[in-house]
Structure formats: structure tokens, C-alpha cells
Design a protein around this ligand. Structure first.
Ligand SMILES: Cc1cc2nc3c(=O)[nH]c(=O)nc-3n(C[C@H](O)[C@H](O)[C@H](O)COP(=O)(O)OP(=O)(O)OC[C@H]3O[C@@H](n4cnc5c(N)ncnc54)[C@H](O)[C@@H]3O)c2cc1C
Length: 415
């Protein structure tokens, strides 16, 4: 039997960062996962630390875009028909949150987190001796049509109003940054304040290693065994039962599996995504992640190869993988970059945990003393892990939070 101050459930980038921040503040912490740290969603992302992100991803706009998705031609999105009735209320709420006004509200609510995201990673990276995973080279978005580039005007204006450095590039300017790209696009935007990670899973493991150095326990166990034991929370683990006054749920897309039995149902959906690594042809290489905006995917240089990541698939979290988007984007991706052989036999699949307003839930669980929630980081969990860790640990230890956590409270769903 172990007695700790806090049990953190879920050793993705979010839970691991929370556990590390709590340990740094002197708490005895157990980080528990059924797998090793950073082996699920936090393994397979595009590795971008999107400190420059402003607007949320909108519901697809325009008849032709919707039609392409409906007839399953779009690379940017896919869906399983049988899940649509079940997630229809979520999709409608998501669409309602996709007006420019709402997306600007998102930008304002999230700015404190995004603005500190890179700096918070840099602190943990330096302390964990994990500099080899960090690239301070920004990220590049390329646009194949004048129309899609013109549509970025509001975002660029907003960026200027927030003093966020970004550079509009013509074809030659973009090729000067990434000479291996083919001239199949017309415009680029270089976001220099973004950074990227060339192995997100290894970075998460490095943070877990740092947690161990503080005496933190990194154990295996099933989060669904969480229950009340008097005034404490108790979890069964491979190291025996662990008790703590504080339990933090950071199980990403699996958080509802534990919340449901506790009687809490928050409207989370998943946007599934895929990746596959490819070897480059010849000496071609990339210095930073590149987004092919019009087609809707990202290609990111990783330790394992060039990682092609897809946009959203609306399907049940546990349904069989259907990597149709990868198939659809391959011709465009091969035209943009000289891709060689795939590294793995089958693509990887993960699930982005998303609320319809694209904000995460960070804060105390109402009606459950000592229970805290930190999930729903959608497209930005890698980016926001350490800054979430800081915020949650400040709230738990009674320190003044570095920003107002109210926009991220689960109470917003009670209105
Ligand atoms: C294709 C793709 C590309 C992406 N690109 C980016 C990007 O470039 N930048 C960015 O910031 N974000 C990106 N994201 C989003 C990001 O990966 C996620 O938001 C983030 O990984 C979520 O982290 P997490 O710690 O909340 O969840 P996870 O990493 O999924 O961690 C949850 C943990 O809970 C554990 N768990 C689940 N059930 C149980 C149980 N019953 N008992 C014990 N443990 C359990 C799991 O094993 C897992 O380790 C991308 C996502 C995808 C899918």
C-alpha cells in the first residue's frame, strides 16, 4: 500500500506534465497508466508546439467542401455513417462554434495557455536533459490556391494584434526555407514562434524520467479501479493499492471511462487521426513540420521518418481503423515532397479528445472532493501539456494560478 499526496491517472503528455509539476512543488505523486508514458495519442501526433495558434479548427464551410467530405473524397476529414446520429448534437454545437466570432473568442480564451506553451516546454526540456528532441524552427503552412490563402486574412490580422510573429511568403520564399518541397503551391505562412518535437513519445518518457528523479512513482494500473476509500481516492496498481487525497484524471479520450461510473458525463467527442512514416527519397529532408493546408494534412520530420498526419475522422473511439484519408492524400503528398517507402506496414491511429467549443476541461470536478480534470486538449495536447501541468498544480497547491482558469472549467456545460 502506498500513500501519496496525488494520483495522476494517464501518462500521456498532459498527465505526465501534471505529475511532474506536482512533484516539483514537493508533493508525493503516483503517475499511473495501463501502458508506458506517452504511448497513445501523445505518441502519434505531428509534434508541433503550436504557441502561435489562435483560431480553432472550424467545421467545414461551403457546399463543395461538405460535399467532398460527404462522398468521401476529402483528405481533410472522414466519417463513419453509423456514428453520426450519436454525435449529431456534438457536431451541431461544433458547427455553432465555427463562426469567426466564436473562433476569436476561443483565441482570446486560449491565448494565456498558448502564449506560455513553448516556454513551459523549454523549462521541462532543459530540466529533463531532452534538448535533442526540440527544434526551434517554427512551422510552415503552404497554400495551393489564392482563395485559401486569402481566407487566412482574419487570422493574420489577429496575429498582428497579438504581436505574434509570422511571415507571409511567396513560392520562392517558402522554397528557400524548405528546398525539398516541389513548387505545387502558391503561398506560405511561416510561424516562427512555433517549435516542434522530433519524437513526442520519447519527450513524454523523458518528463516521466524527471518525475522519477523527484521520487515520483510511475506505475501501471487500470484507471477504472479508481474509487473512494474514506476521505481518500484509491487506485489498484501493479505496485499495490495507492491512496491519495487528490486524484487527477488526465486520460485524454479515455477520461469518460472513469467519469461515467462516477456520474459525470461531459460532452466529449473524438476526432480520430492517423499517421504513417515514410523514408525520404535521396537526400531530401525537411527542417520543420509543413502543413499542406488545401489538402489537409501535415508532414513532420521525426526520428522515425517523415510523419504524415491526417485531419479528423468522426468515428467511435474504439471502432476499427479506416485510414482512408491517408490513401486520399498520398498523391498530393508525393507531389509536394519526394516520399520514398513507408516505414511501417500499417498506419498508426489515435483519437484527439475534443469538446465542441475546442477548449479543454481543466479544473475541479464538481461534487467529488479532491478530484481534478485535465483533458479534452483536442488538436493541441502536445503543445499544452506542460502549461496545463503548471496551471493544475498551481490550483491544487493553492498557489495563485498564472492565468484565470475559469474559461476551462467544466461548469461551462451547466449553463
Ligand atoms: C494525428 C494527430 C496529430 C496531432 N498533432 C498534434 C500537434 O502537432 N501538436 C499538438 O499539440 N497536438 C497534436 N495532436 C493532439 C495531441 O496528440 C493530443 O491532444 C494529446 O496527445 C492528448 O494527450 P493526453 O495526455 O490528454 O492523452 P493521451 O496521450 O492519449 O494519454 C492518455 C493516457 O491514458 C491512458 N489510459 C487510457 N485508459 C486507461 C485506463 N483505463 N487505465 C490506465 N490508463 C489509461 C492511455 O494509455 C494514455 O497513455 C495530434 C493528435 C493526432 C491524433
Amino acid at each position: 500500500m502506498a500513500h501519496t499526496d496525488a494520483i495522476v491517472l494517464g501518462a500521456g503528455i498532459v498527465g505526465t506534465s501534471i505529475a511532474l509539476h506536482l512533484a516539483k512543488r514537493g508533493l508525493a505523486v503516483a503517475l499511473v497508466d495501463r501502458r508506458g508514458p506517452g504511448e497513445e495519442t501523445s505518441y502519434g501526433n505531428a509534434g508541433v508546439i503550436e504557441g502561435s495558434t489562435l483560431l480553432s479548427h472550424p467545421f467545414p464551410r461551403g457546399l463543395s467542401a461538405l460535399l467532398r467530405i460527404a462522398i468521401k473524397r476529402a483528405a481533410a476529414a472522414n466519417y463513419h455513417l453509423r456514428v453520426l446520429p450519436q454525435i449529431a448534437p456534438w457536431l451541431l454545437a461544433y458547427r455553432a462554434n465555427s463562426t469567426l466570432e466564436r473562433r476569436i473568442e476561443f483565441a482570446k480564451a486560449m491565448r494565456p495557455l498558448f502564449a506560455r506553451a513553448r516556454a513551459e516546454h523549454e523549462v521541462l526540456i532543459a530540466e529533463a536533459g531532452a534538448e535533442r528532441y526540440l527544434r526551434r524552427a517554427g512551422w510552415l503552412k503552404v497554400y495551393r490556391s489564392d482563395k485559401t490563402f486569402a481566407e487566412t486574412a482574419p487570422e493574420r490580422e489577429l496575429a498582428s494584434s497579438f504581436d505574434l510573429s509570422h511571415q507571409v511568403l511567396d513560392l520562392d520564399g517558402a522554397l528557400a526555407l524548405e528546398p525539398a518541397l516541389a513548387p505545387v503551391f502558391r503561398h506560405g505562412i511561416f510561424w516562427s514562434e512555433a517549435a516542434s518535437i522530433n519524437n513526442p513519445s520519447a519527450l513524454t518518457k523523458a518528463y516521466a524520467g524527471r518525475l522519477r528523479a523527484f521520487g515520483g512513482l510511475v506505475w501501471k494500473g487500470d484507471a477504472r479501479s479508481l474509487h473512494r476509500n474514506g476521505s481518500q481516492w484509491r487506485l489498484e496498481t501493479n505496485g499495490g493499492p495507492v491512496d491519495a487525497g487528490v486524484a487527477v484524471l488526465a486520460l485524454g479520450p479515455w477520461t469518460p471511462d472513469v467519469l461515467g461510473p462516477l456520474g459525470m458525463r461531459l460532452p466529449l467527442a473524438v476526432k480520430r487521426g492517423y499517421h504513417r512514416h515514410f523514408r525520404p527519397r535521396g537526400n531530401a529532408g525537411l527542417t520543420r513540420p509543413v502543413v499542406d493546408y488545401d489538402v489537409g494534412y501535415c508532414v513532420a520530420p521525426m526520428e522515425q521518418g517523415l510523419r504524415l498526419t491526417t485531419g479528423a475522422e468522426f468515428a467511435a473511439r474504439d471502432a476499427q481503423p479506416t485510414p482512408a484519408q491517408l490513401k486520399r492524400l498520398m498523391p498530393a503528398a508525393s507531389a509536394l515532397f519526394p516520399l520514398g517507402e513507408p516505414v511501417e506496414a500499417v498506419p498508426w491511429m489515435g483519437s484527439r479528445p475534443c469538446f465542441a467549443d475546442s477548449l479543454p476541461v481543466i479544473g475541479q470536478a464538481r461534487g467529488h472532493p479532491g478530484l481534478w480534470l485535465a483533458y479534452g486538449h483536442a488538436h493541441w495536447g502536445l503543445t499544452l501539456g506542460p502549461v496545463t501541468g503548471r496551471l493544475v498544480s498551481e490550483m491544487i497547491t493553492g498557489a495563485t494560478p498564472f492565468c484565470d482558469p475559469a474559461p476551462y472549467s467544466a461548469n461551462r456545460f451547466r449553463r
